[in-house]
Write a protein that binds this ligand. Structure first.
Ligand code: ADP
Ligand code: MG
Length: 563
């Protein structure tokens, strides 16, 4: 499914870019205008690939050139050695690079930041100095040809045709990128980038989505490499698949703006195409790039996308946030399709038995036992530092217990990951508001429905009609929830721009939008206006009485607790 503005972008690309060829502008454009454009478009695809990984999922790769290289050689081997069609070469390039990216992604499950950067640098260097130097694979300096083979002996050499093919491929990648962003896949990527614990508490399998980000990005990079190869017609071990290229891609994505698709494409085209048209600028490209990077990072941290955006979100300073702007909690939305209840009221739903948690030498939770009966509200009180939040983490699976066990619906759940426990219907709030704060209020409500979206990730990437329909339902429910909270005017704002109290209410509403069986609240009234805190008690009672849900609550507010 393709959206209107994508069609318009495509139209723009198809009209604007061919004007840059020597055919259209023989005077201005140097010979090889086509070649430069083709390479620029391949680079744009490569930049989109890195943008998906770095901009959305927050995983750095400084070895992306290695993935491009494998794609280029794979397509070369298919088209020149096996005499296969270019289409097959492109597909194989995506498969091989996607598979390789999966392997690069494995360390990312444990490493982040600088350490992950180093691992990916090493990957890029290994590709550059070992794999690409092996004559068996890359043909050494003789290299591998990449004929634009249609089928059998038919090869197309027409540059206009290849330019159109390149543009169509860029468009395809653009659409896939758009589908990712608009589905639960992209939301999962972006919450992982921000806070993995929050992602897990929404039932998102962090490992799976990190690897998916690597694989999709790798496939795009392989395609970009193959497009580059077919543009030049030949790759060898001197080809520019080196650390410089990896670095250029990172620069392009940062200058364009992390996670800003259109700006990243523009940055890639400008970065490559401009210097190659205006001779003399070429040598200055790196200096210009470096200056651009410095200006971007210091003045426009959101990239040039920041400059292109027409309106900035209003920023809320403290005096703009009035406590009486908080919605009354009784208006929290009641889910239209609450999940099934599994445990009869009064029976134990959650049993914690002699659970201990230690941080190094500090025993934060020491042999705690408690039972939470279904259909009741259970309170947990204790002084600061007593280990209440840590106990919540142990129940929801965010810390490992050193002793004891946790049963839910009569079954042991200690061995389950946090996201698996969330999918069993255990929802929790965090003492420090557990939302994706870079995402808007509306996107958080969509994110909160991750588990009920229930479509496959591949279907999401293709944006099948089912996915589109489910997304419309989720959006409807999100909008209803936002409306009943009276937060319509804040719907598009990043959550971090809301006041503490507003964030808290959005968090609780997000928890309730899927009606989990067990709701665990960690000091929910902290930061709320007294009136809102008062109405919280009523709302929790309603949750118990009308929906039969179970609540476990940590609270310092004694009147609320007694109520
Ligand atoms: P409460 O929620 O009851 O105020 P916490 O569970 O937050 O208490 O903390 C209990 C103890 O465990 C405190 O001494 C705190 O400093 C310590 N603690 C909590 N989380 C960690 C952690 N991730 N690493 C080390 N110590 C921690
Ligand atoms: Mg606490």
């Amino acid at each position: 499914m393709v959206r209107l503005h994508n069609v318009m972008t495509a139209a723009l690309l198809f009209v604007a870019l061919p004007l840059l060829t020597e055919h259209a502008m023989p005077r201005l454009v140097r010979p090889h205008g086509y070649l430069n454009l083709d390479v620029g478009i391949a680079l744009a695809v490569a930049a989109l690939s890195l943008n998906l990984l770095l901009g959305y999922a927050g995983q750095i790769s400084l070895g992306h050139a290695g993935l491009l290289a494998i794609g280029a050689f794979a397509s070369g081997i298919v088209t020149s050695r096996w005499h296969g069609p270019m289409a097959l070469g492109l597909v194989l390039a995506m498969v091989v690079s996607g598979g390789l990216a999966f392997l690069v992604g494995l360390p990312a499950l444990r490493l982040r930041g600088l350490y992950l950067a180093i691992v990916t640098v090493v990957f890029g260097l290994v590709m550059q100095y070992s794999v690409l130097r092996s004559t068996v694979f890359s043909g050494g300096s003789a290299g591998v040809a990449l004929p634009r083979r249609v089928w059998g002996g038919r090869v197309f050499t027409d540059n206009t045709v290849y330019l159109v093919v390149s543009l169509l491929l860029l468009l395809a990648v653009w659409v896939v990128d758009d589908n990712v962003v608009r589905s639960r896949v992209g939301r999962a990527f972006r919450v992982i980038r921000e806070n993995e614990a929050v992602a897990q508490s929404f039932g998102i399998a962090v490992t799976r989505y990190k690897l998916l980000a690597f694989v999709v990005s790798g496939a795009m990079a392989g395609l970009a490499g193959a497009m580059y190869g077919h543009a030049i017609g030949f790759v060898n071990n001197e080809s520019p698949f080196n650390f410089n290229l990896s670095l250029q891609l990172v620069i392009i994505v940062i200058i364009g703006g992390l996670g800003r698709r259109a700006a990243v494409v523009v940055a890639a085209l400008v970065f490559w195409v401009l210097p190659s048209f205006i001779s003399g600028l070429h040598a200055w490209a790196y200096i210009a790039g470096a200056l651009g990077l410095m200006v971007t990072v210091s003045r426009h941290p959101d990239g040039i996308a920041d400059l292109l955006r027409r309106e900035r979100p209003p920023s809320f300073d403290d005096d703009a946030v009035e406590d009486d702007s908080l919605p009354a909690l009784p208006d929290l939305p009641v889910p239209d399709r609450p999940g099934a209840l599994t445990t009869p009221a009064g029976q134990p739903l959650l049993e914690v038995h002699e659970v201990s948690v230690s941080f190094g030498g500090l025993r934060a939770v020491d042999a705690v036992s408690l039972t939470v009966p279904a259909g009741r509200i259970t309170g947990l009180i204790g002084p600061n530092g007593a280990g209440k939040s840590t106990l919540f983490n142990a129940i929801s699976g965010l810390v490992t217990t050193t002793r004891g066990h946790v049963r839910y619906r009569g079954e042991q759940i200690q061995d389950l990951r946090a996201d698996q426990r969330a999918r069993l219907g255990i929802a929790r709030s965090f003492q420090q508001v557990g939302l994706a704060k870079d995402l808007s209020v509306r996107e958080n409500f969509l994110l909160a429905q991750h588990q009920v979206a229930g479509y496959g990730d591949l279907a999401a990437i293709a944006m099948t009609p089912t996915v589109a329909r489910v997304e419309r339902e989720l959006a409807e429910r999100a909008d209803q929830a936002i409306e009943s909270l009276g937060l319509v005017h804040l719907s598009g704002l990043p959550v971090r721009n809301l006041s503490g109290g507003q964030q808290r209410i959005v968090e609780i509403a997000c928890l309730l939008v899927t009606a989990p069986e067990l709701v665990m609240l960690d000091e929910p009234s902290a930061g709320m206006a007294p009136a809102a805190a008062e109405s919280l008690a009523g709302r929790l009672r309603e949750l118990r009485d009308t929906l039969g849900r179970t609540v476990l609550i940590i609270e310092h507010n004694v009147p609320l607790m007694l109520d």
